[in-house]
Design a protein around this ligand. Structure first.
Ligand SMILES: Nc1ncnc2c1ncn2[C@@H]1O[C@H](COP(=O)(O)OP(=O)(O)O)[C@@H](O)[C@H]1O
Ligand SMILES: [Mg+2]
Length: 310
C-alpha cells in the first residue's frame, strides 16, 4: 500500500497512478474554440464561489517577511506584501530574482525558513516553531490548505496520459472526493467556459499551447480556489496564442478573482493589474500602481529593468 495523500502529488504535478480514462470519442481536429464565458459561477462549481466570499481579514493572501534559502543561497530575503480581495498584483523582475520561488512558497509547494504566509488572515503552510521560526505542518494538512490556492505554471504541467477532461476532473475526484459523475459535469462546464467545450476528449499532445494553458486554468478553477497564482503563464507560448490565455485571465480579473501574476506582459500588467511589484535579488523593491510603476518608477533598479524590457 502506498500512503497516498490526497492532493499532494497533484499539487506537486507528479504523475498519478494510471486510472480509467474518460471514454469520450476522440476526434482530432474537431470543433473550434468558443468564446470565453463566465468563469466564477456557482452553478458550474456546484457550490458557492469561494473567491467571492467576504472575509473580515484585510488581505486575502499575505506574505510577512518571508525568507527562503536553497543551500547557502538566500533566494527570498524578507518578502512582505498583501493582496486585497479581488485585486490583481502583477510581479515583474529579472530572471533569477525569486519570482517563481515566491509563488511556489505562496502555493505551499516549498517550505519557508522565515516569516509566514496567511490566507484570509489565518496562517498557512507553517506554524510558529522554536525561536519563532516557521515549523512545517503535516503533509495532510498542507494538502488541504494548498487546495484553496490555484496555481498555473509556465509549462502547463498537464498529465499527458489524461485528456483535457481527465486533467480537469482529477483534482475533483482525488482531492475533493467528488463522484466521477459530478466531477465530469463540473469539468465539462468549466472547459466550456474557457472556450474548450469541443476539445474535452483531446490529450495535451493534441492541443496547442494556448489550449493546454486554458485547460490548466480550468483545472485550477474547478477546485474553487480563493486566490489564483500565475507563473509567467504565457511565456512558453507562440506569440499568436498569448491573447487567448490573457483573455481568460482578464475575464477572471473582471469577475473579481484575487490574483498574483508573474508576467512579462507589460500590456496586461498596465491594463489589468491594480498594483505592479518589482522583484530584484529576492526582495520586492517597488509596489506601485501601473501608472506610477511604468511612467515614474521610484527605484533605479526598476528603471533599469524597464529600459531593458520595454
Ligand atoms: N530548487 C532549487 N534549488 C536550488 N536553487 C534554486 C531552486 N529553484 C530556484 N533556485 C535559485 O533561486 C533563484 C531564484 O529562482 P527563481 O525563483 O526561479 O527566479 P525567477 O522565477 O525570478 O527567474 C535562482 O538563483 C535559482 O537558481
Ligand atoms: Mg521564474
Amino acid at each position: 500500500m502506498t500512503d497516498h495523500i490526497p492532493g499532494e502529488r497533484m499539487a506537486r504535478n507528479e504523475p498519478l497512478p494510471p486510472r480509467a480514462q474518460p471514454d469520450l470519442p476522440h476526434e482530432p481536429g474537431a470543433g473550434h474554440d468558443l468564446p470565453v464565458g463566465t468563469l466564477l459561477d456557482a452553478s458550474v462549481l456546484h457550490e458557492p464561489v469561494h473567491a467571492e466570499a467576504t472575509s473580515a481579514a484585510e488581505f486575502i493572501l499575505e506574505a510577512r517577511d518571508v525568507h527562503k534559502r536553497y543551500g547557502q543561497t538566500e533566494v527570498l530575503r524578507g518578502v512582505t506584501f498583501g493582496v486585497h480581495r479581488g485585486d490583481v498584483k502583477a510581479v515583474l523582475g529579472p530572471s533569477g530574482s525569486g519570482k517563481s520561488t515566491l509563488l511556489r512558497c505562496l502555493a505551499l509547494l516549498e517550505p519557508i525558513e522565515g516569516g509566514e504566509i496567511r490566507l484570509e488572515g489565518a496562517r498557512i503552510g507553517s506554524k510558529e516553531g522554536r525561536g519563532g521560526k516557521p515549523q512545517g505542518l503535516p503533509e495532510r494538512q498542507l494538502a488541504r490548505q494548498r487546495s484553496d490556492i490555484g496555481m498555473v505554471f509556465q509549462r502547463f504541467n498537464l498529465f499527458p496520459h489524461l485528456t483535457a477532461l481527465g486533467n480537469v476532473m482529477i483534482g475533483l475526484t482525488e482531492v475533493r472526493r467528488k463522484s466521477r459523475g459530478e466531477a465530469r459535469d463540473i469539468a465539462e462546464a468549466m472547459l466550456g467556459r474557457v472556450g474548450l467545450a469541443e476539445r474535452t476528449g483531446f490529450y495535451p499532445s493534441e492541443l496547442s499551447g494556448g489550449q493546454q494553458q486554458r485547460v490548466a486554468i480550468a483545472r485550477a478553477l474547478v477546485m474553487n480556489p480563493k486566490v489564483m497564482l500565475f507563473d509567467e503563464p504565457t511565456s512558453a507560448l507562440d506569440p499568436e496564442l498569448v491573447g487567448e490565455v490573457l483573455a481568460v485571465m482578464e475575464e477572471l480579473a473582471r469577475e473579481g478573482m484575487t490574483m498574483v501574476v508573474v508576467t512579462h506582459e507589460v500590456g496586461f500588467a498596465r491594463q489589468v493589474a491594480d498594483r505592479v511589484l518589482m522583484m530584484d535579488a529576492g526582495e520586492i523593491i517597488e509596489d506601485a500602481t501601473p501608472e506610477q510603476f511604468f511612467d515614474d518608477p521610484q527605484q533605479e533598479r526598476t528603471r533599469k529593468f524597464l529600459r531593458a524590457v520595454l
